[in-house]
Design a protein. Structure first.
Length: 352
């Protein structure tokens, strides 16, 4: 049997799995390793943190198949020299012939003192739950600071505002405007939404350090009850430890077939792979589909065709349950329509 091991059941990993199952040779066995016994919809973690949705809202069951086994545990080491994966709690390591690494990202604290110790996160399911507990256990008029005004920070801050109208919410933005990667129409719309909904936005932020009960920014310390960190990500630490060539963002450099050039039986997907595009569920999902096509050809002893280029369809974001923004049909749009489109994408994801 040829052993295929998929590390991570996120957007890339799940699309690879579904793609392989479409035409899986009988002499292939797949092992999927993930810390959770379900596919996690990471784009919805902000709702868990805000307390507006239950855990079930962001879970999808993995497919069942006679040639697929699952290991729901933490990975301790990826040993690419000996072609095996060390799993916590297992007496035997998992050997592979083909390895797919889709372990996603973790928060990048940029060396800021106290940031890791004293902030909440939405990077994993368990961390989003912990953030939700911290925020929703606050008494009336508690103070919440969200550090970072990219897509994650915007969705967290707006969803918390909708969930808890009583809270004092502050958003620290390093740039001159929120959502620097989006069109100015969207930036202005979101800025106005925060003004109208009494969310304080501080631009030109430069966090000096974080304490248990406060955030110090540009020499000014704000008293605070909960701080949520959304100010950048980096590849999973297991990926950063691998002996492969990486780019300046610590992502593994791959060839046109999503393979590691020095070990072409190793494929990289999503936030762990060097790319001209910013990390996103959409990017990981498309890459996963292409890796499945390449790997199916290899497993069936065919020469794989060079995958076509990734073509992203834009980005969508929410401002609570009834408002949103996004690039749709290459045009910036705001209001109810992009929010409905985001809900539609979620519906499709749940019924993959």
């Amino acid at each position: 049997m040829k052993e295929v091991v998929i590390l991570g059941g996120g957007y890339g990993g799940i699309n690879i799995l579904h793609g392989l199952l479409d035409d899986l040779p009988k002499d292939v066995h797949i092992t999927v390793v993930d810390r959770n016994p379900y596919h996690s919809l990471k784009t919805e973690f902000y709702t868990i943190a805000a307390g507006t949705e239950s855990d079930k809202h962001a879970r999808v069951q993995f497919p069942e198949h006679d040639q697929v086994d699952y290991v729901f545990e933490e990975i301790e080491k990826i040993d690419t020299e000996n072609e095996k994966v060390v799993i916590r709690g297992l007496t035997e390591d998992i050997a592979y012939d083909y390895l797919i690494i889709g372990l996603g990202c973790e928060d990048n604290y940029h060396g800021i003192d106290g940031a890791k110790e004293f902030t909440e996160s939405v990077q994993t399911f368990s961390k989003a739950r912990k953030a939700g507990l911290a925020i929703n256990n606050l008494g009336a008029y508690g103070k919440v600071t969200v550090v970072g005004a990219g897509l994650s920070g915007i969705e967290v801050a707006s969803e918390v505002r909708e969930s808890r109208p009583d809270l004092n919410i502050r958003l620290l933005d390093r740039g001159e405007t929120v959502l620097k990667a989006f069109d100015s129409k969207i930036q202005n719309y979101v800025e106005n939404w925060f003004k109208e909904n009494d969310v304080e936005v501080i631009h030109g932020a430069n966090v000096d350090y974080v304490e248990k009960d406060g955030v110090c920014n540009n020499g000014i310390c704000f008293l605070n009850d909960v701080t949520v960190w959304t100010a950048g990500v980096r590849p999973n630490y297991l990926v950063r430890e691998l002996p492969f060539e990486k780019d300046n963002q610590e992502k593994i450099i791959i060839n046109d077939f999503y393979q590691v050039p020095s070990q072409q039986n190793v494929y990289i997907v999503g936030d762990c792979a060097a790319s001209e595009h910013s990390p996103s569920a959409q990017l990981a999902g498309q890459q996963g589909e292409k890796i499945a096509e390449v790997l199916l050809a290899v497993l069936n002893d065919r020469v794989p065709e060079r995958p076509s280029e990734v073509k992203l369809k834009g980005a969508l974001g929410s401002l609570g349950k009834n408002d949103g923004f996004g690039n749709m049909l290459q045009k910036p749009m705001t209001g109810v329509l992009p929010r409905l489109a985001k809900s539609g994408v979620l519906w499709l994801s749940k019924r993959h």
